[in-house]
Design a protein around this ligand. Structure first.
Ligand code: MG
Length: 239
């Protein structure tokens, strides 16, 4: 399989700084293993920016071809963030989401995920969220205590229940088999908090390249208000 990727990130229209991080930051295309990751940092002052950068740098430090599972990459990222806080108390309380895909030449993508960033598969014109949000409202929806519509306006909808920067982390890990024509999207919640899945789907249908798709989605999130930093990485799969 060949993977062709691009990423886009923007501070949005409300926030003072961009606390998201994404890798790779440059476009590319290859048939060897590729690691793509999005992190959405949180914490006082600039700590959110620091957390997402430290985490993503640690996660992608080893070559994509190295024999390291995405889950292990996330655990290394967590260790790096926890150590940074231990070294500098002004960073205490910082944390970050991290959603990471390792795309292998045989068409398998190994996914690891913690937090409320998302990985979607766009296949045959249909968008499917493959990661589960680690948020209070997602738990409440799963328990049937509120509806998905109520979750969108719930006063505590920003509460993330699992995050990097804590001693023990619980990472979701799974694999998917990709096919030529698939498009994978990894994004921070700045995208899906501003746009409904149907709007994301429509933008993906129109975009002819990963770069066009990523920037089109960031622009749409800003056009809808840009309340948060928005980061989108797109990976196209071809033979
Ligand atoms: Mg965010």
């Amino acid at each position: 399989m060949r993977y062709t990727w691009s990423s886009a990130t923007h501070v949005g229209l409300v926030r003072a700084g961009n606390e998201d991080s994404v890798r790779p930051t440059t476009d590319g295309s290859r048939e060897e293993p590729v690691v793509v990751a999005v992190a959405d940092g949180m914490g006082g002052a600039v700590a959110g920016e620091v957390a997402s950068r430290i985490a993503i740098d640690a996660a992608v430090a080893e070559d994509p071809a190295a024999d390291i599972t995405p889950g292990e990459r996330i655990r290394r990222a967590n260790k790096a963030v926890v150590e940074a806080v231990a070294d500098d108390y002004t960073l205490s309380g910082m944390g970050t989401t991290l959603t990471l895909g390792l795309f292998l030449p045989n068409g398998t993508a190994q996914i690891a995920h913690i937090g409320d960033s998302r990985l979607y598969l766009y296949r045959d014109g249909e968008l499917r969220q493959l990661t589960r949000d680690h948020t209070l409202v997602a738990d409440l929806v799963a328990l049937g205590q509120i509806t998905a519509e109520q979750a969108e306006t719930h006063p505590r909808r920003n509460l993330v229940t699992r995050v990097i920067g804590t001693p023990d982390i619980d990472v979701d890990e799974f694999e998917i088999e990709l096919a030529a024509g698939d498009r994978v999207v990894i994004c921070s919640d700045g995208l899906n908090s501003m746009l409904r899945d149907r709007e994301i789907e429509a933008r993906l249908a129109k975009a002819s390249s990963p770069s066009e798709a990523a920037w089109s989605l960031v622009e749409a999130a800003n056009a809808a208000g840009g309340n948060d930093n928005t980061t989108v990485a797109v990976v196209d799969v071809s033979l």
